[in-house]
Write a new protein. Structure first.
Length: 477
């Protein structure tokens, strides 16, 4: 079977890696690594696949149509997100119409996993089904010709009614999955000023044991159990990636749980394995601000860790408890200090609009961020994605002001605050995000310190570019 995977374009720059200095874009992440893993599963089974990443390459609707007709697939898999859903559905419609109804159209992603009924209702005339949650083996069974009524994890139409098959069990042994079929992408299409380019993301495990009420993927896609790959499998993939792309400059470990203290032994084994195999590459990772062991941080640095993208979220302990973050401000501050001592850069992520947020808690967060020994930040209006506890709470209390999915972004396809509290309006949240950015980046001496601190020409160039872009952002406000 010939299978086409689509990441539909939705405005220039939408769903790319968030700018390191400004508001993160409203998106459910369209990870090419998850898609490329599913492609590898299908190709291992003998199927022919093509991946059109319109979001990364800004491929137009007309160009997609031409590529579709040249490939002539038997099945089209469309990755959808909340704010781009209506646009994504037009691509499913394109696939049906251009094939005269012959192509099987399936949607994947966090939004359709949380809202399968709404998605199918909107795509009634041209969407065959939704693959909920983890979709690697769902797609394989569809490609094998198994009846859709017999495949776990699928929602579909039957006699005009929407049927939801029972949930599929998560894959427990992730080592059995092949490495992502990276030959379908060009790493240079995924530029990020916060990383050394070109870079690749690497998933060492799925799921997260954190209880954060807002976090999308653990609640909707991959569960709250951390299913991790063996250190040997991770190390093998790093070597595979470097061999495939000799010009690769950095690896980004994308797991939410990569630095969980509970799994520090595994992290230590991966770091030691990198050094034992003499793997020479810089890497960064997502991290919880909870590591208190300076020796582990120094080991990470020695093994090539350059930067951690850290979810601090708030500088108010009451708000952190409301988010069920499981970390205090004291512990986060200690983590930042130890990371700096170890020589690891920190990109801090903060949100405005958490449950119980007030002007006073916002001020605490802004002051907290400005006082941390970290290099860069991003502030975002907290987004209530469907399927999360935060979304349910906001909906029950009528705090969501967006009446349609497309209202979740502004005309520039950037994140728009969509919640409005009695104690903190939507407008106040937007202004607070800008104020927080200015407070951090316009600190006396910040620009000079960031230009002088980097050790490599690449880092200096990246920081200068980021600061220039922030200047443009500042002048537009």
């Amino acid at each position: 079977m010939k299978i086409l995977f689509l990441n539909p374009s939705y405005g220039k720059g939408f769903c790319k890696t968030a700018r390191w200095f400004a508001k993160s874009r409203a998106r459910e992440q369209r990870h090419p690594d998850y898609i490329c893993t599913a492609i590898a599963v299908l190709e291992k089974d003998g199927h022919v696949c093509k991946f059109i990443d319109g979001t990364a390459r800004d491929i137009s609707f007309a160009e997609t149509r031409e590529m579709f007709n040249n490939f002539k697939p038997d099945m089209a898999v469309i990755n959808a997100t909340t704010p781009s859903l209506d646009s994504d559905l037009t691509y499913a419609k394109l696939c049906k119409e251009e094939s005269n109804g012959k192509v099987i159209t399936i949607m994947i992603g966090a939004h359709v996993s949380a809202e399968p009924e709404d998605t199918l209702a909107r795509g009634r005339d041209f969407l065959d089904g939704v693959a909920r949650r983890e979709y690697d083996y769902i797609l394989r069974e569809l490609a094998q010709g198994k009846k859709i009524s017999e495949i776990e994890g699928v929602s579909y139409f039957k006699n005009g009614s929407i049927i939801h098959n029972q949930d599929r069990q998560f894959i427990q042994n992730l080592d059995e999955l092949p490495f992502p079929a990276w030959r379908h992408i060009n790493p240079s299409d995924y530029y990020s000023p916060a990383k050394r380019n070109p870079f690749l993301t690497l998933i060492t495990g799925r799921g997260c044991e954190g209880r954060c009420v807002f976090c999308l993927f653990p609640q909707v896609m991959y569960g709250r159990q951390y299913r991790c790959r063996s250190p040997e499998s991770v190390l093998d993939e790093i070597e595979y990636d470097i061999k495939l792309f000799p010009d690769l400059k950095e690896i980004m470990f994308e797991d939410d749980t990569f630095t969980f203290s509970k799994y520090s032994g595994r992290l230590e084994n991966i770091c030691k394995g990198i050094m034992d195999r003499n793997i020479k590459i810089s890497w960064c990772c997502n991290a919880r601000p909870e590591i208190q062991d300076i020796s582990l941080l120094r080991l990470m640095k020695k093994a090539g860790c350059r930067m951690m993208c850290v979810g601090f979220e708030s500088g108010d302990d009451v708000i952190l408890r409301n988010l069920r973050k499981g970390i205090t401000t004291d512990k986060m501050r200690s983590f930042a200090v130890l990371s700096k001592k170890a020589g690891i850069s920190i990109h801090g992520c903060f949100v405005i609009g958490s449950p119980g947020e007030t002007p006073d808690s916002v001020n605490k967060t802004i002051k907290f961020a400005a006082g941390l020994p970290i290099d860069t930040v991003q502030f975002s209006g907290l987004c209530a994605y469907p399927g999360t506890e935060f979304y349910s709470w906001c909906k029950e209390n009528n705090y969501i002001i967006a009446r349609d999915w497309k209202e979740w972004v502004d005309e520039r396809k950037e994140q728009r605050a969509i919640i409005d509290y009695p104690a903190l309006s939507c407008s106040a949240m937007n202004k607070a995000v800008d104020r927080a950015l200015y407070s951090f980046y316009l600190k006396p001496g910040y620009i000079f310190s960031q230009i002088m601190r980097p050790k490599s020409f690449h880092d200096i160039k990246a920081r200068l570019k980021g600061l220039f872009q922030f200047g443009r952002y500042y002048l537009k406000r």
